[in-house]
Write a protein that binds this ligand. Structure first.
Ligand code: GDP
Length: 481
């Protein structure tokens, strides 16, 4: 049934495409990677004719107009573009982050680049932007995994030195439990919530350990509190039968329900219909947290990327038509660095995804890696210090941010020396210093979105960015030729 459904969906998408070409662009990334900011800036820059010199169709003046239209999927929440934009432009606050899937249709009318086609008609392309939590992709491997295997792996990880302290409340609870006893709902709820607390705590700024499945425990969407989300990995004894109604049996059943009602529908109805994908990552946060966080990010990326090229014999591979033909991995928030370091950030990310990309066999799909800032919150300057000229970035740190003992009020522009990334990406993966002596390579303060100037005719200038145009050229440029 899955296969039939997918073929049908693909045909309907393609059929619609005959009359009105469209392209489904997936925007994914772990929580706070910058998905909401990226989509908001992309749409604003296209609708308002932003400065996009490397986005050829716009730079050469071929785009007649870009506008929002009704999205094709009635059952998917709409991406709240207007609300997000208001936060950025009016209040200079960052918008509310992605919590579940949402969608937005942006239609672009353009003149064809070749004289012949231009003569016949103007082109039109609808880009259906699908915003979804990257956490959900980590669920794919669960489909072919039994509750026993899932439990064993999850508990092994929770007992690792880097995680055991954070997982303590959950481990204590689970280790004191009689798995043969009749399951009661308050205990099940406590198991699920302490397990979810542990997964969430791994993601805190200082540790920045990447996410582990189940993805919905971190990003429940509208399923919070449902039975399919009320289970936890348990220390099952191999080969033991757990009687109906016991903790062992109930949690195994709910784990299976999670796969059937949560994981599979997402991959079938949304993921398998994407044409292009951008994967956003906050590499700077991991770099600052230290080698362990960087290695962890590398692992998570490898898990996520493997979703795009699943083996033919796997559940997803059996019906995925290898439709995604371009994948862009983008390190976000490059405006926290001086220009000289953008290339280094790109090299680091390239290095992090290199192995995963080779392993996942991306033949047939084009891939690229960039360092980008969807909304540039800083500008560059230099200051002289004792005869030396230092490159700095200037922005308004968010109220309450601190650096070197100084606390910011949220209204003052400040010049900050951002620090330097190492030339050799490999250094970030090796522990050269004990954690206690380690200095984060980059001074990281969060800045408020920039103040936008008005032109002489009273028009608001579009949102400034770093390399958003390069991302757009890669993701949709060829479809506007
Ligand atoms: P999401 O969870 O992936 O939707 O992440 P968001 O788009 O909400 O971004 C999370 C946070 O990262 C924002 O609140 C900003 O503080 C920061 N951020 C994201 N993109 C940028 C950017 O381009 N520049 C800067 N300076 N900060 C950004």
């Amino acid at each position: 049934a899955d296969e039939a459904r997918i073929v049908f969906d693909n045909l309907t998408d393609r059929g619609a495409g005959l009359f009105h070409p469209n392209l489904r662009l997936g925007v994914a990334g772990l929580s706070r990677a910058g998905k909401t900011v990226f989509i908001t800036s992309l749409v604003h820059n296209l609708v308002h004719g932003g400065r996009l010199p490397l986005f050829e169709a716009q730079a050469s003046g071929r785009i007649r107009r870009a506008f929002l239209e009704e999205q094709p999927d009635d059952a998917v929440p709409r991406f709240q573009y207007e609300e997000h934009l208001r936060a950025v432009l009016t209040d200079r606050l960052w918008p509310q982050s992605t919590r579940a899937i949402s969608e937005l249709r942006l239609t672009i009318e353009f003149e064809s680049a070749s004289g012949w086609s231009r003569f016949f008609s103007a082109g039109k392309l609808s880009v259906d932007i699908v915003d979804y939590p990257g956490e959900w992709l980590l669920d794919l491997p669960l489909i072919d995994k039994s509750f026993e295997d899932f439990s064993r792996e999850s508990l092994e990880r929770a007992r690792l030195p880097s995680r055991a302290a954070i997982a303590r409340p959950f481990l204590d609870l689970v280790e004191g439990l009689d798995l043969h006893a009749p399951a009661d709902e308050p205990t099940s709820l406590r198991l699920a919530s302490t397990f979810a607390d542990y997964l969430r705590a791994c993601r805190a700024d200082r540790t920045a350990l990447s996410t582990l499945p189940p993805g919905r425990f971190l990003m429940p969407g509208d399923l919070e509190g449902s039975p399919a989300l009320t289970f936890a990995p348990l220390p099952l004894e191999a080969g033991t039968l757990y009687e109906k109604g016991s903790f062992g049996a109930l949690h195994a059943r709910r784990y299976e329900a999670y796969k059937t009602v949560v994981v599979k529908p997402f991959f079938r109805e949304h993921f398998a219909r994407l044409d292009r994908q951008i994967l956003l990552i906050d590499a700077l946060q991991a770099i600052n947290a230290g080698p362990e966080a960087v290695r962890d990010l590398e692992l998570a990326l490898s898990d996520i990327l493997s979703c795009f090229r699943p083996g033919r014999s796997s559940w997803l591979g059996s019906f995925l038509t290898r439709r995604i033909d371009r994948i862009l991995v983008a390190a976000t928030k490059a405006d926290h660095l001086h220009r000289g370091d953008h290339q280094k950030l790109e090299n680091i990310v390239r290095r992090l995804v290199q192995d995963a990309m080779t392993r996942a066999n991306f033949s047939g799909a084009q891939t690229d890696v960039i360092a980008m800032a969807a909304i540039r919150a800083t500008r560059e300057a230099s200051v002289s210090d004792r005869g030396e000229t230092l490159p700095v970035i200037v922005g308004t740190p968010i109220h309450g941010e601190e650096i070197g003992g100084e606390r910011f009020d949220g209204d003052t522009e400040t010049a900050i020396f951002p620090g330097d990334l190492p030339d050799d990406p490999g250094r970030l993966l090796r522990d050269s210093q004990p954690a206690a002596n380690r200095q984060p390579p980059v001074s990281f303060v969060r800045f408020r979105p920039p103040r936008l100037e008005r032109t002489e005719d009273g028009l608001l200038l579009s949102l400034p960015h770093i390399r958003l145009d390069r991302a757009l050229q890669f993701l949709i440029g060829d479809r506007l030729a």
